[in-house]
Design a binder for this molecule. Structure first.
Ligand SMILES: NC(=O)c1ccc[n+]([C@@H]2O[C@H](COP(=O)([O-])OP(=O)(O)OC[C@H]3O[C@@H](n4cnc5c(N)ncnc54)[C@H](O)[C@@H]3O)[C@@H](O)[C@H]2O)c1
Length: 340
């Protein structure tokens, strides 16, 4: 029997890390998790996710901060994963106006620590989370990985763009195959309490007003979490290879000419109006929301929209879950989890 491959995932108590760990376990990988259980949102939800994963004998995890290099390094050297997927970090566009330092510490120092371990281990592939927010004030849509993205609007986006630059340098210097994901508004069961779908569902069920920014004139490319982690799992086995020359880079590929490094959007490639999203949640719950229309928030962008061709060209896969079906699954999970 072939030896089981081992993947270390940071952020396994988080929304995306939890779903990815499930998928990798289902595919027969050994999964090692690392998460600091930050109190940015309800820690009980994180503990429950880890408890679910621990039901699988192929999963083990350690609680620790990315900033604690000694702990992270000791775990990495003991476990010697073949692949690292780095998803832990300080997420959230709006909170980065309140507490920017958290982003510098988790996303800059933390990501550097992960990269140092990946370099020392010489892993087959390092994959790390960036964001659609890296496109900043770009107006050319849909956003493609080959577009220039130099105008980040928040410290959150800036730390993620910095991670892309850091990743490129290590890929170049140490020939470390590195893929950066730009995720587009991920939603689904076990989702994050600070995100719109969770807040809207909670508000509608409890009868409290929900804040709708930019008076609803917002568009988002919503990506269902099951689709997203399927995309990630396919990319795990698609490490970038340093091209012999620029001529070897296919059109539309973000592959670097000087490193085994690429950036890949993971999105539905479907621009959904925020008000249609709210309508879908209302229809699913069967209650009308108390809508509190607000101005645009500082640092926010009116629209995101992914060109998903590169993911499809690399893996043959394209996220497709329709927002209504995804919302229905979320609401069903929410009602079951909170017994409401
Ligand atoms: N969910 C989205 O829509 C979305 C969109 C774009 C990018 N991302 C990125 O994807 C990644 C995963 O996002 P998510 O939605 O699962 O968020 P999440 O907050 O649910 O998960 C992140 C996990 O990282 C852990 N963590 C945070 N700081 C840490 C630190 N310093 N040390 C150790 N652990 C730490 C948290 O405890 C949490 O469990 C993040 O890097 C996020 O920025 C998410």
């Amino acid at each position: 029997m072939a030896e089981q491959r081992k993947i270390l995932i940071t952020g396994t108590a988080g929304f995306i890390g939890f779903h990815l760990a499930q998928v990798m376990l289902d595919q027969g990988w050994l999964v090692v998790g690392y998460d600091g259980m930050s109190d940015y949102y309800d820690v009980t939800l994180k503990e429950r996710r880890h408890q679910m994963l621990l039901q699988n004998a192929g999963f083990k995890c350690e609680i620790g901060q990315l900033e604690d290099f000694d702990q992270l390094h000791a775990l990495m050297m003991r476990e010697k994963p073949d692949v690292i997927v780095h998803l832990a970090g300080q997420a959230g566009v709006r909170y980065s106006l309140e507490n920017p330092r958290a982003y510098i510490e988790s996303n800059i120092v933390g990501t550097f620590n992960v990269m140092e371990c990946a370099r020392e281990l010489g892993v087959d592939h390092l994959l790390m989370a960036s964001t659609s927010s890296a496109y900043g004030s770009n107006t050319e849509m849909p956003y493609a990985e080959t577009h220039k993205a130099d105008s980040q609007l928040t410290i959150y986006a800036a730390t993620k763009k910095a991670n892309e630059a850091m990743g490129h340098s290590y890929a170049h210097l140490w020939n470390l195959p590195t893929t950066m994901f730009r995720f587009f508004t991920v939603y689904g069961p076990w989702g994050r309490p600070d995100m719109a779908l969770f807040k809207f569902t909670k508000g509608i069920i409890e009868g409290t007003p929900i804040d709708i920014y930019n008076h609803g004139e917002m568009f988002r490319d919503f990506t269902y979490v099951t689709d997203l982690v399927k995309g990630i799992s396919l990319l795990v086995d698609t490490p970038p290879v340093r091209p012999a020359s620029e001529d070897d880079i296919a059109e539309g590929d973000s592959l670097s000419a000087s490193a085994p490094f690429r950036v890949v959007n993971i999105g539905n490639s479907d621009k959904v109006r925020l008000l249609d999203f709210v309508d879908a949640i209302e229809a699913e719950i069967g209650i009308l929301a108390k809508r509190n229309y607000m101005d645009m928030q500082k640092g926010d962008v009116p629209a995101t929209w992914a060109n998903a061709d590169l993911l499809q060209n690399l893996t043959g896969y394209k996220p497709e879950t329709d927002v209504r079906a995804g919302v229905a699954n979320f609401v069903a999970w929410y009602r079951d989890y909170y017994q409401v």
